[in-house]
Design a protein around this ligand. Structure first.
Ligand code: ATP
Ligand code: ZN
Ligand code: MG
Length: 534
């Protein structure tokens, strides 16, 4: 990224010959201030040339990472100080003209942005021409956000559309050689009628399927979450747009959000045309229904931890309240996954235990480490799976300066660790596509405490962390590696079966649908017979 622009500084009176000496001196001081804080002076700013006419001193400035607004303010401060002292010259105003931001790579910039006059791509670089800005504009947060946006776009372009950078941290030993089970549990669950497709990416879980989901979740809570002292809260599952603006999800993942709209009116009579139509035609065309609802003012639970940051937003927290360790499992998450939807693994509506914490950086790292250890034991011993851990650096951590070189990561810095489990039905474990992300742990740094203004009463830095345990994915992982026969399950799951007899499956005249499905269900009942409630 490079900046360039003409800064016109209006002084309190006309510039005369006798001022020039002092101006030269002042500009030298400006030069020092423009590189302050940068280890590499190239990243700071410099005065390329200057001239004057009447009351206006004009500087052509350029810079690497020092933003133009910040550079302009530095110029103002230094000039005022030096010229005020030696020549009784004050600064009356600033105006930045012909400002240009140059980005590496070809970057697309939206056509409706304030301050942007034009965009051109030359020789693989993107050049953005800005409108003239006066001092008031230079101080506006809109400009700051515009420049941040351009910086993010540059980083994204450098990442080549990849959302994250993946590095293996640790891997379990090979446990399944040869794998005892290689069928696709998604198919078995559907054919045997334990789940029935409700709509795209949505399932109805019959009591027996619900039982299995609860089983893995309960063992997780029992073995990982509760022993570490996390306590349950209940978070809302429909978020006002404002919340998504603060967390960044509305910008970063708008293509995956499921939105919700309220009716335009509560007066049922106003719907009469629509209700009469549906009565007679027995159909509900979405475009007709759409005429009666407001624009979406909400989106449905996406990351599940958003309400946590909202809750502490604007509050002052003292040491006595820290660290905060909560979890929520009060309802589903919704994600539009488009073409990726598959079985129970990748659905639109899924269930998750979301673990969240808030504290000082040391506390947040230490909680993450405890959780990581517990997760490892959970995967390796309790569920006895073949698993691996990866460090994933989402692109947005780079530009914030937290990740200098993604090849050398520091695990105690903000970032994410993914848990992956091998699905034998997908193919050999050497193939990356045969692994499924089942969960992750993140340290966010101040990514959420800053925008939500979560503050410590004595000014200490506050960080947050979160971890998502997707029930559907963990269940599929266990079934994919161990199959449906509890004799091959790890002891903790069998104990759960013994303590909590599972409910009967659903068998109707017409359900499960196929002969092979019925046979699979019979087999399953045989496996479970000694545990079933009878
Ligand atoms: P993926 O890369 O597989 O899409 P993700 O990175 O989008 O996963 P996160 O946003 O980290 O996943 O969500 C946390 C957890 O929520 C995941 O580890 C997974 O257990 C669960 N999860 C996310 N998306 C889905 C989905 N569409 N269906 C089922 N579970 C999901
Ligand atoms: Zn989260
Ligand atoms: Mg995803």
């Amino acid at each position: 990224m490079r900046f360039r622009g003409r800064l016109r500084v209006e002084l309190s009176r006309e510039i005369v010959e006798e001022d020039l000496e002092a101006i030269r001196e002042a500009l030298e001081a400006v030069g020092h201030h423009l590189v302050k804080g940068f280890r590499n002076p190239e990243e700071g700013g410099r005065v390329e040339s200057w001239s004057y006419s009447g009351r206006v001193l004009e500087l052509v400035i350029s810079s690497g990472r020092l933003r133009l607004d910040e550079a302009s303010m530095r110029v103002r401060r230094v000039l005022e100080e030096v010229l005020g002292r030696s020549r009784r010259l004050g600064v009356r105003g600033l105006r930045l003209e012909d400002a240009v931001v140059e980005l590496d790579g070809e970057v697309r910039v939206g056509g409706r942005l304030p301050f942007v006059r034009g965009v051109e791509v030359v020789g693989g670089r993107t050049v953005i021409h800005l409108e003239p800005m006066d001092e008031g504009d230079l101080k506006r947060p809109i400009l700051l956000r515009l420049l941040r946006l351009l910086n993010e776009k540059e980083v994204r372009a450098r990442w080549g559309g990849k959302a994250e950078h993946w590095q293996l941290i640790k891997q379990s030993r090979v446990k399944l050689e040869p794998p005892p089970y290689t069928d696709d549990p998604n198919k078995v669950l559907e054919e045997a009628g334990l789940v029935k497709r409700f709509s795209v990416g949505q399932w109805l879980y019959t009591p027996l399927a619900a039982y299995l989901l609860r089983m893995v979740r309960e063992v997780f809570l029992e073995e990982v979450v509760r022993p570490l002292g996390f306590v349950e809260a209940v978070f809302p599952k429909m978020y006002p747009l404002e919340v998504g603006l603060r967390t960044g999800h509305l910008r970063g993942t708008v293509n995956s959000l499921v939105f919700a709209s309220l009716p335009k009116t509560y007066d049922i009579e106003e719907f009469e045309e629509l209700t009469d139509y549906m009565y007679v035609m027995d159909e509900a065309p979405p475009e007709e229904v759409g005429r009666y609802v407001r624009y979406p003012e909400y989106f449905l639970c996406f990351a599940q931890c958003e309400p946590f940051y909202w809750f502490f937003g604007g509050e002052l927290v003292d040491d006595g309240a820290l660290p905060v360790k909560w979890y929520d499992m009060s309802g589903p998450s919704f994600r539009w996954e488009s073409g990726g939807i598959y079985g129970l693994e990748r659905v639109i509506e899924f269930h998750r235990v979301e673990v969240v914490w808030l504290g000082t950086p040391e506390q947040v790292v230490s909680i993450r480490n405890d959780l990581l250890k517990a997760y490892e034991r959970f995967m390796d011993e309790v569920l006895d799976l073949e698993w691996r851990l990866a460090w994933v650096t989402p692109w947005y951590y780079e530009q914030s300066g937290t990740v200098e070189k993604v090849e050398e990561f520091d695990i105690d810095r903000p970032g994410t660790i993914d848990f992956e489990v091998w699905l034998p039905y997908r193919g050999p474990r050497e193939d990356r596509k045969t692994w499924l992300e089942v969960g992750n742990i993140s340290i966010h740094g101040t990514k959420f405490t800053e925008p939500f203004r979560i503050r410590h009463n004595r000014g200490r830095t506050l960080w947050t962390g979160c971890s998502g345990f997707g029930s559907q994915r963990w269940l599929i992982s266990v079934l994919a590696q161990k199959g449906f026969n509890p004799e091959n399950w790890p002891p903790k799951l069998r104990e759960y079966l013994e303590r909590n007899p599972p409910p009967d499956p659903v068998v109707l005249v017409t359900y499960p649908k196929t002969q092979s499905g019925r046979r699979e269900l019979e087999q399953l009942v045989k496996y479970l017979s000694k545990y079933l409630r009878r």
